[in-house]
Design a protein around this ligand. Structure first.
Ligand SMILES: Cc1cc2nc3c(=O)[nH]c(=O)nc-3n(C[C@H](O)[C@H](O)[C@H](O)COP(=O)(O)OP(=O)(O)OC[C@H]3O[C@@H](n4cnc5c(N)ncnc54)[C@H](O)[C@@H]3O)c2cc1C
Length: 412
C-alpha cells in the first residue's frame, strides 16, 4: 500500500522533468503530476552556471525554467530537497527520502548527470571545485574571482568558466589533454578559433598535457603539477573533466542500461519497463535522425525536447524523438558557437566563410553526408545543415558549393 497515488511521477528536478510536466499539462493531461527533485531550487537552466550566473549578470530567478507560481497555476506539485530513493517498477511505486511512498500510472526518470571526479594526489585540498549546480557556481565565484585559477579540461565548461572568471578579474590557466580547446567534439579548426579568443584575453592554455597532482599549504591548494612537468600557481582550481549519467536509482530498479552507461530507451524514450520513460542527460536513446544509432547526449536542447517527447508518449501519441540535437556555447560575450550533430566521426571538414573574419560554418562530412555542423555567426546556414543531416542527403558531388559563400544553401 502506498501513501498516495499520482498519474505521473517525474523523477529528477531538472529541465527534462520540468519540460515534461509542462507538455503533459499543455497537451491535456488532467491527472496529478508530481515532480521530485533533490536540489533546493525548482528546475532551472544549467548553462548560465558557467556563463551569466557565474559572472553575476543573471539571478537565480532569471535562470529558473518557470517561476514557482507557474507550478501552482498548472496544478503541478514540485518537490525540492526530496530524493527518490527507490523505484519499484513492478508495483509502480516510488519511495521518497521524506519516507512517503507514491504509486503512479506512468513515470519519467530524468536524473541527469553527475560530474566525473578525478582522484589524484592532493584532491582533498580545499579550493578544488567541480561545477554542476547553482550552488557550485556561487562557491566558485566566491572562491576564485580575482585570483590565480587553474582549469583542468579542454571542454566547453572549462573554456566557458575560464572566460567568465577572466571577466571577474581572475588570472586563468587551462590545462588539457587535447591539443586545442573543444577539439575533441569539434575538431582543431574550430578549436583553434576558440582558443585564440581565450588567449587574446590573456588566458594561458597548455594542450597535450595532463594533471599529475595538487600541492597545498594549510589544507588549501597552492599549485597544480602536470605530467608534462609544469608547476602552476593556483589559488583555486576548477575541474571540467566531464560528467556521467546518474543511474543510481535506475540501476537499483533494474531498468536496462545501454553501452554509454545511461538508461536504455527506445525511439519513443520508453525504458525496458512499459510506462516508464527516461529523458535528458541520463537517457541513451535510439535516434531516428541518425539512422537508429544509440546516443546519450548531454545538451540543454536535448533535455528540453526529450522532456516534451516523453510527455507526448505518456499521453499515447506514439511520437518518436526525431529532433536533430542542437548545442550552443558562449565564451563570455567574446565568441559563441552553435552546433547540430553530433558527428561522432567525420572524414572531411568543409569551411564556409572565414574564421579570420569571425563568421563561418564548418560542415563535418562523413561518407558524403553532413554528420554535423558548427556555426559562428551563421545561424541561417546551420538550419540548412540541420535539414541536410536529418534527410541524410548525399552531397558528395556538391562540396564546392557548400564552401562557396555565393551558393544559396536552400538550393542544395
Ligand atoms: C555548468 C554547465 C553548463 C552547461 N552549459 C551548456 C550549454 O552551454 N549548452 C548546452 O547545450 N548544454 C549545457 N549544459 C548541459 C545541460 O545543462 C544539460 O544537458 C541539462 O541540464 C540536462 O538536463 P536534465 O534534466 O537531463 O538533467 P539535470 O539538469 O542534471 O537534472 C537532473 C536533476 O535530477 C536530480 N536528481 C538526480 N537523482 C535524483 C533522485 N533520485 N531523486 C530526485 N532528484 C534527483 C539532480 O539533482 C538534478 O537536479 C551545461 C551543463 C552544466 C553543468
Amino acid at each position: 500500500m502506498s501513501d498516495r497515488h499520482v498519474a505521473y511521477a517525474l523523477i529528477g528536478g531538472g529541465l527534462a522533468a520540468g519540460n515534461c510536466a509542462r507538455w503533459l499539462r499543455e497537451s491535456g493531461a488532467d491527472g496529478p503530476i508530481l515532480l521530485i527533485g533533490r536540489e533546493s531550487d525548482l528546475p532551472y537552466n544549467r548553462p548560465p552556471c558557467s556563463k551569466g550566473y557565474l559572472q553575476g549578470k543573471e539571478s537565480r530567478e532569471d535562470v529558473l525554467f518557470r517561476p514557482s507560481q507557474w507550478y501552482e497555476e498548472q496544478g503541478i506539485e514540485a518537490l525540492t530537497r526530496v530524493s527518490a530513493m527507490k523505484l519499484d517498477t513492478a508495483e509502480k511505486v516510488v519511495t521518497l527520502s521524506n519516507r512517503e511512498t507514491v504509486s503512479f500510472d506512468q513515470a519519467l526518470v530524468a536524473t541527469g548527470a553527475n560530474v566525473k571526479r578525478l582522484n589524484v594526489e592532493g584532491s582533498e585540498l580545499e579550493g578544488i571545485h567541480y561545477l554542476r549546480a547553482l550552488g557550485n557556481s556561487d562557491t566558485i565565484r566566491g572562491d576564485a574571482a580575482g585570483k590565480h585559477v587553474v582549469l583542468i579540461g579542454g571542454s566547453y565548461i572549462a573554456s566557458e568558466v575560464a572566460a567568465s572568471l577572466t571577466e571577474l578579474g581572475s588570472v586563468c590557466t587551462l590545462v588539457m589533454l587535447e591539443p586545442v580547446v573543444l577539439s575533441r567534439g569539434f575538431g582543431e579548426t574550430a578549436g583553434r578559433f576558440f582558443q585564440d579568443r581565450l588567449e587574446e584575453r590573456g588566458i594561458t592554455v597548455y594542450g597535450d598535457d595532463a594533471l599529475e597532482r595538487f600541492e597545498g599549504a594549510d589544507g588549501r591548494v597552492t599549485r597544480v603539477i602536470t605530467k608534462g612537468g609544469r608547476e602552476l600557481e593556483a589559488d583555486a582550481v576548477v575541474m571540467g573533466t566531464g560528467a556521467m549519467p546518474d543511474v543510481m536509482l535506475a540501476r537499483a530498479a533494474g531498468l536496462e542500461l545501454g553501452e554509454s552507461g545511461g538508461i536504455k530507451v527506445d525511439a519513443h524514450l520508453q525504458t525496458s519497463v512499459p510506462g516508464i520513460y527516461a529523458a535528458g542527460d541520463v537517457a541513451e536513446y535510439e535516434s531516428v535522425v541518425h539512422g537508429g544509432r544509440r546516443m546519450r547526449i548531454e545538451h540543454w536542447d536535448v533535455a528540453f525536447n526529450q522532456g516534451k517527447t516523453a510527455a507526448l508518449n505518456m499521453l499515447g501519441r506514439k511520437q518518436p524523438h526525431d529532433v536533430v540535437p542542437y548545442f550552443f556555447s558562449d565564451l563570455s560575450d567574446w565568441a559563441s558557437l552553435e552546433y547540430v550533430g553530433p558527428a561522432h566521426e567525420w572524414d572531411r571538414e568543409i569551411v564556409r566563410g572565414s574564421p579570420e573574419d569571425g563568421e563561418f560554418i564548418i560542415f563535418y562530412m562523413q561518407e558524403g553526408r553532413v554528420a554535423g555542423a558548427l556555426s559562428v555567426g551563421r545561424s541561417d546556414d546551420l538550419e540548412h545543415a540541420r535539414r541536410l543531416l536529418a534527410a541524410e542527403t548525399d552531397v558528395a558531388g556538391r562540396v564546392d558549393e557548400l564552401a562557396d559563400l555565393s551558393t544559396d544553401l536552400a538550393s542544395v
